[in-house]
Ligand binder design. Sequence first.
Ligand code: ATR
Length: 241
Amino acid sequence: MPVEPKNFSTLIKGLKAAGVKGFNITVPYKSNIMPFCDKVDSLAKTIGAVNTVVEKNGKWEGKVTDPFGFRKSIETSFKGFSLRGKRILLLGAGGAALSVAYVCLTAGNSQLVVMNRTKSKAEALIQRMKKAGFTRCSCTDYNHDILLSDNRFDLLINSTSSGLRKEDRAIISLSNTEKKMKVYDLIYNPSMTPLLKEAKKEGLLYANGLSMLIYQAFQSFSFWTGVEPTEKDARDISSFF
Ligand code: ATR
């Protein structure tokens, strides 16, 4: 359901009045929903976003399933690859970047560098992660040469909206990058963003964010119903896209 910002509060109050058992909520309302929740779980508080609301006995609990979605997506997209101990460059510092940063940093011994067009937002994201107890994270100036120094990163993640529009070009050049670096784009429509096309051209392993979308929905579904979807369900659902 698309909703105009001016109608947001009316819609949410309507859902509450109707006794809706649960729903997902997405951009740009993942933080706006928080004041409407009777409780926000600790993960959602740390990340500062709620994408899943679960009703129990008339009370709403706000939860976030994007971290689960991203973790599972990385595991299934890059078989045998673990975020543990990896050097990761994250492009973007919006709502989606928070969940990604959290997962990267909880992997253990990993290092995260955040680069965003507006540096202050990258700094705010790092502040939030430091407040949550993570130290191996920093941000850097918006500089396209960052990938040129050999073997600097194991994984590049695009969490910006660059790549959504037809006229977009690859957000960062991948020529001369270390061939072992993997490239993950949270965008799933188009399935091949300019960045992923470039990764393919350069012979890098790459994945889009479709399975993240599916896996975050899986966890939400299990919160609402108590039923956990299977890997077969994931494959079946992927074939619809
Ligand atoms: P989401 O919740 O999907 O992350 P968002 O909160 O609107 O969406 O964040 C969008 C991100 O994409 C931001 O990091 C934004 O950079 P700014 O903070 O500078 O606005 C980034 N972004 C959007 N278009 C971009 C572009 N053409 N080039 C680089 N970064 C872009």
